[in-house]
Design a protein around this ligand. Structure first.
Ligand code: TRP
Length: 486
């Protein structure tokens, strides 16, 4: 039986912890609430949940299955399995698509994780005691308009990510996830408790769980609600780029993929929903705008920390735990590229981690600057996006590359691989559960993504305009610098 040269999880629980560590992160607590706010509340949440159940879980199972069967980096796993199944070795490009998506996501993920670290200090020093919405908004905008500070924390976060990956993923992860994840969960419950004491608690709940069809009237359902919800499901579950695949490659053969996936998906989704329940009542009570964008939690939660008893302590702890959650996610974004460098370029793990991490760091500089020097506005599916490259990276990866990667995984496992291989790997026999899995992944996932993609043609038009815009800015800059030299 094959094993991975990079090691194996010491038990099924470590795998579940690691995969949950990967899934639970900024995606749940930062990204989910702000996207919900931007894309119309309840309807977005509903579609997101449907995407998790009908596409997310089955595709996660498929990814883990492939990883465990191939036991290599996603690029080499795809190549090996394609060869074994008598298919074209170019399937390795699916691995490449994932590595590329991983770099882009990690690059901006690290910048946002940097905001979290900055907020550990801000809350810890009592900056938010008694602060109102206006004050927290100012503190946040001051932070994102200082490129130096953003770059500083971005560098620190990338460095700690590289450190863990360079020592092998299973090392420090176990401790981090075992204690810190449950602690984060409990703290979220505390925040929900606070939210219950606010005036607009019920409004917050309604906003999250009851689709407001009137507000949908002016929207394009597909590109404003379905596409971002699909992207969020993939992003939050860490699927579509090989992160879960590589974690699957360290999983022992006797562990049940199906039940593991359910545990991971339920943990991930409940954290996101709890974050929503904690945040929206605060947003409404203090008159914030739910569609405020990426700063939403950094503006709303500090108000609560400034008001509640022991708020400085809870606030500081909350951002510390959020940073750890981001950390256990970011390492899974780097791992696929690093394992490939180790396997195919015969590099040491340490060297591979620093090289790959450095590339992601460089790319992250663009994101750090996109909140200040290089900020430009554009409209995407009716919403005004203000943070140029950051928004482009985010939309490109989550809404396009991840679903595309995920669907290709689905097609590979359910249409091209032999039925016997998947039966063998999932260990469900020919049961009803297996049949449901196979049906969803054969039909529902690919057709669902296809329909959403096609109906979001507007997105492609949008990409063209972005391209023109970038060319235009480059041209202006080069004209500008010529003028300067004279
Ligand atoms: N799921 C993580 C979060 O919610 C982010 C993440 C880690 C991720 N690995 C990934 C997203 C792989 C997409 C693909 O914060």
């Amino acid at each position: 039986m094959r094993t991975s040269i990079h090691g194996q999880w010491s038990s099924r629980w470590i795998f579940i912890l690691a995969a949950t560590g990967s899934a639970v992160g900024l995606g749940n607590i930062w990204r989910f609430p702000y996207l919900t706010g931007e894309n119309g509340g309840g309807a977005f949440v509903l579609v997101y949940l449907l995407c998790v159940i009908m596409m997310g879980i089955p595709i996660m199972m498929a990814e883990i299955l492939l990883g465990r069967r191939g036991r290599k980096s996603p690029i080499n796993t795809m190549e090996t399995l394609a060869a074994e199944e008598g298919l074209n070795p170019n399937w390795r490009f699916l691995g490449w698509l994932g590595v590329l998506a991983g770099f882009i996501i990690l690059s901006y993920y690290s910048v946002i994780a940097g905001w979290t670290i900055a907020f550990i200090f801000k809350t810890g020093m009592g900056d938010f005691v008694g602060a109102n919405a206006e004050q927290t908004t100012t503190i946040f905008s001051e932070l994102i308009s200082s490129p130096g500070i953003l770059l500083f924390w971005h560098s620190i976060f990338m460095f700690i990510t590289i450190r863990v990956v360079s020592r092998g993923v299973s090392g420090g992860l176990e401790r981090a996830v075992k204690f810190l994840m449950p602690a984060l969960f409990v703290l979220l419950l505390v925040m929900v408790g606070y939210a219950m004491s606010t005036e607009k608690f019920l409004d917050g709940l309604k906003y999250l769980f009851i689709p407001d069809f009137n507000s949908l009237a002016e929207k394009n359902l597909f590109s404003d609600v379905f596409l971002p919800a699909l992207g969020q499901a993939f992003f939050s579950l860490s699927i579509g780029m090989g992160a879960i695949m590589i974690y699957g490659s360290y999983l022992s053969k006797d562990s049940s993929i199906t039940s593991n996936c359910f545990v991971i998906a339920i943990a991930d989704t409940s954290v996101a929903i709890l974050a929503g329940i904690a945040i929206f009542p605060i947003v409404f009570t203090y008159g914030l705008d739910p569609s405020d964008g990426p700063g939403l939690i950094f503006i709303s939660l500090p108000i609560a920390f400034g008001q509640m008893p022991f708020g400085t302590f809870f606030g500081c702890l909350f951002f510390i735990l959020l940073m750890f959650a981001a950390w256990t996610s970011s390492i899974s974004l780097l791992e696929p590229a690093v394992t490939w460098l180790v396997e195919s370029k015969k590099m040491s793990r340490i060297k591979a981690s620093y090289i790959a991490g450095f590339i992601a760091w460089l790319l992250g500089v663009l994101t750090a600057l996109s909140f200040n020097y290089w900020a430009f506005e554009f409209s995407f599916a009716g919403a005004i996006k203000q943070n140029g490259l950051f928004d482009i990276f985010d939309i490109l990866t989550s809404n396009i590359m991840l679903p595309l990667g995920g669907v290709l995984v689905a097609i590979f496992t359910s249409w091209l691989m032999s039925r016997k291989s998947t039966v063998d790997e999932l260990g469900l026999g020919d049961s009803i559960a297996y049949k449901i899995w196979r049906f969803t992944i054969r039909y529902i996932a690919p057709i669902g993504v296809l329909i959403i993609f096609l109906n979001s043609i507007i997105v492609f038009i949008f990409w063209l305009t972005v391209l023109f815009k970038i060319l235009f800015i480059l041209k202006i800059n080069s004209l500008g610098s010529k003028g300067f030299g004279k």
